[in-house]
Design a binder for this molecule. Structure first.
Ligand code: PEP
Ligand code: MN
Length: 338
């Protein structure tokens, strides 16, 4: 349920109303002081609360039942876009943020060389997996803690905030220290124990859509994190499974405007895992920006042939540089900047 308050309702009065609602109905309240209006979101079992009773509050302009099961992620609860600050980036604001780097951290030299290159070209965040969830147990599993250490070092030398994927709730303490954004990969989007742990911390989460999950399920996973109190969630479309085999996954471009209408959270797109081929990354990245993505996560490797994972979809630095130029033009065409 949400209560839209009359314009100009003073803050102390909003707090009084929240206290009254919590006491009377045993729900949690979330007042949002937006640019246009003040809204109180009610979370908990609101099914038995009579709308007519709530409408008796003098300052209530309108009372609405929220049908969707996601509440804190719902745009109805929070009409303004949420921005998530990561270093100097304000994700969800006018500037489209590009996070680039290798699929996996392979050595200290490798991550340093790639970080320097993507920074020079204009990326403002660095990606690199240390714990790699691979389909095959015989494939490279990542450098694990050693990889995180290299990321931390590179963060110090380049100043780039780093993003890395967590695979297990036991890793949370380590990630708190080593990375700026914790990525939840497609395979763990519904690892609810992990999501609950991530709700308890205060660090931005990049939540990737599972390849067989609906948009609603993605939002429910965001809700798991947010209901714990961690509201800094960035969603990421990375392609879904379809019958089509010419791409690794099918990039669901429509997920971008759909998410933008349903939620206030920023939306990233990962064209690399959607495409599976370097040659397809450019058009998908441009389409994502044109469709309203707030940021991109792109795999870049200085030597894709020797990459220990996902070489075929990695852009070399010169190709990434050419893409960034095109992205700047697309961003400008749709009223954004890069
Ligand atoms: C990744 O970003 O390294 C990754 C494994 O992506 P996804 O979880 O989307 O497959
Ligand atoms: Mn990868």
């Amino acid at each position: 349920m949400i209560i839209i308050l009359k314009n100009g309702t003073p803050k102390p009065r909003v707090e009084d109303i929240c206290a009254l609602l919590e006491k009377k109905y045993g729900v949690n309240t979330h007042p949002i002081f937006g640019s246009e209006s003040t809204i109180i979101g009610l979370v908990g079992d609101t099914s038995l609360i009579p709308v007519a009773e709530v409408e008796m509050i003098e300052e209530a302009e309108r009372v609405l039942k929220v049908q969707e099961p996601y509440k804190r992620a719902n745009r109805k609860f929070h009409p303004d876009n949420t921005t998530v600050e990561v270093g100097a980036n304000r994700i969800g604001d006018k500037r489209v943020v590009v996070c680039a780097g290798p699929c996996a951290v392979e050595s200290e030299d490798q991550i340093l060389v790639i970080a320097d290159a993507v920074k020079r070209i204009g990326a403002t965040m660095l990606r690199g997996g240390a714990f790699k969830p691979r389909t095959s147990p015989y494939a490279f599993q990542g450098l694990k803690a050693e990889g995180l250490l290299y990321l931390k070092k590179v963060r110090q030398t380049t100043g780039l905030p780093v993003v890395s994927e967590i695979t297990n709730p036991a890793q949370v303490d380590m990630f708190m220290d080593f990375v700026d954004v914790i990525q939840v990969g497609a395979r763990n989007m519904q690892n609810f124990e992990l999501l609950k742990e991530l709700g308890q911390i205060r660090k931005p989460i990049l939540l990737k859509r599972g390849f067989s999950n609906s948009i609603r399920e993605l939002l429910m996973s965001a809700e798991y994190i947010m209901s714990g109190g961690n509201t800094e969630v960035i969603l990421c479309e990375r392609g879904i499974r379809t019958f089509e085999t010419s791409t690794r996954n099918t990039l669901d471009i429509s997920a971008i405007p759909v998410l933008k209408s349903l939620t206030h959270l920023p939306v990233f797109v990962d064209p690399s895992h959607a495409a599976g081929h370097a040659a397809l990354v450019e058009p998908l990245a441009m389409a994502a920006v044109a469709a309203g993505a707030d940021g991109l996560e792109i795999e870049v490797h200085h030597d894709p042939l020797r990459a220990l994972s996902d070489g075929p979809q990695a852009l070399t630095p010169p190709i990434f540089e050419a893409l960034m130029k095109k992205l700047a033009a697309v961003a400008q065409a749709v009223g954004r900047e890069l």
